[in-house]
Design a protein around this ligand. Structure first.
Ligand code: SF4
Ligand code: SF4
Length: 365
């Protein structure tokens, strides 16, 4: 049985983080159990967009530094990588503190570019998935994720970290199936969750910091995600990744207290943690012509807007125009992917539930 380790950790003090990450690897047999001398090791961070570290949108650099040092100590060649949804990679990586870590340790920090086909397992929902060539060229992947809520996917932790903003027309259910395919295809050898200070509310970029006080470590990131969902007191029926895994009858859906190890008190309640409202009626059969009525629509809060134009740039459906701090939505074109909300740096795009959705939520919650 694959154990899930949760360590109590309240600060990003580098010495303490070094100890915690060493302890995490040691619990699973030591970093040498995962990394061979000469291995190219991709450290997959969460760099969804360029935000100051204190916003807690991105993996903390102390955790990335600790993991990189351990990989180097056993002869591996780590590199830090991700692909921000929209921001210039170097600027975003600088804000997140990753460039500084890379310079200090003499390692690369690079954008995940150059898509190639990812071999997928039989039984996968998607037969063609593209990922950066740096993912397929790496000998090992260590997944360094952040514990956050997510407006569309409910929660983003280990498995969701393997992918960025939800593209194109994929809805939550399909996206969850895609995430499972990617998780199995990319197969990170080890996952660490940065839950020292994560995010709650309207994550993954517009929420508020929340002190969860934990670091999670596991070989099985999916099972760790489900345990975290339980710790948060979240509703599994709102969590598309869980529903997709249940649909596939994956063993990770069965949580047994014997899975757990570590000194984090798993019975403690996270007081006042704000989980995102889900914005679609994913539990109800889809009726195509009612699709728009069954989802929330993005709306602009002009008094918060700084006129950066990110929302217009990210909108794959070309459903919004930005002009001098005013947004014009074309709701007929809008595919409700919520990337504009995800990418807005100042929470100037919110959700408005349709009357039908309000009614159903009232009746079902
Ligand atoms: S307006 Fe926002 S929610 Fe609608 S398609 Fe564009 S990015 Fe997605
Ligand atoms: S709504 Fe947000 S992303 Fe769009 S222009 Fe305003 S501040 Fe920028």
């Amino acid at each position: 049985m694959s154990k899930i380790l949760f360590i109590k950790q309240d600060s990003y003090n580098q010495l303490e983080i070094d100890k915690a990450i060493t302890r995490a690897f040691d619990f699973f047999g030591g970093v040498k159990n995962f990394i061979n001398p000469g291995d190219k090791v991709l450290l997959k961070v969460n760099l969804v967009a360029g935000h100051e570290i204190t916003r807690r949108v991105t993996t903390d650099p102390a955790i990335v530094r600790a993991a990189a040092k351990l990989v180097i100590s056993c002869g591996g060649v780590p590199f830090i990588a991700d692909s921000p949804g929209i921001d210039n990679f170097m600027n975003a990586a600088k804000k997140a503190g990753f460039i500084q870590v890379a310079q200090e340790l003499g390692i690369e920090c690079k954008e995940l570019t150059d898509p190639v086909n990812l071999p997928v397992k039989s039984g996968a929902s998607f037969h063609k998935i593209q990922v950066s060539k740096y993912v397929t060229e790496a000998n090992k992947i260590i997944n360094l994720a952040k514990l956050k809520t997510h407006g569309q996917m409910y929660l983003t932790m280990g498995v969701k970290n393997l992918f960025g903003c939800i593209p194109g027309r994929l809805k939550a259910e399909k996206f969850a199936a895609l995430l499972l395919d990617i998780y199995e295809g990319v197969a990170p050898c080890f996952t660490i969750i940065d839950g020292v200070i994560g995010m709650h509310g309207e994550g993954p970029t517009s929420g508020d910091p929340y002190n969860f006080g934990l670091i999670g470590a596991a070989v099985d990131a999916l099972k760790m995600d489900f345990w975290l969902c339980k710790f948060l007191g979240a509703d599994f029926n709102e969590y598309p990744l869980y529903l997709a895994a249940k649909n596939r009858k994956m063993t990770q859906c069965v949580l047994n207290p014997d899975d757990l190890a570590g000194d984090f008190d798993s019975t403690q309640e996270f007081k006042n943690v704000i989980l995102p409202k889900t914005h679609s009626m994913r539990l109800i059969p889809r009726i195509p012509f009612l699709d728009k009525l069954m989802t929330s629509k993005p709306v602009h809060i002009p008094e918060k807007c700084i006129g950066c134009g990110r929302c217009e740039s990210i909108c794959a459906a070309k459903a919004l125009k930005h002009d001098n701090k005013k947004l014009y939505f074309d709701y007929n074109k809008c595919i409700r992917c919520y990337c504009c909300h995800e990418m807005c740096p100042v929470k100037a795009i919110e959700f408005q539930e349709s009357k039908l959705l309000k009614l159903v939520n009232f009746l079902t919650r």
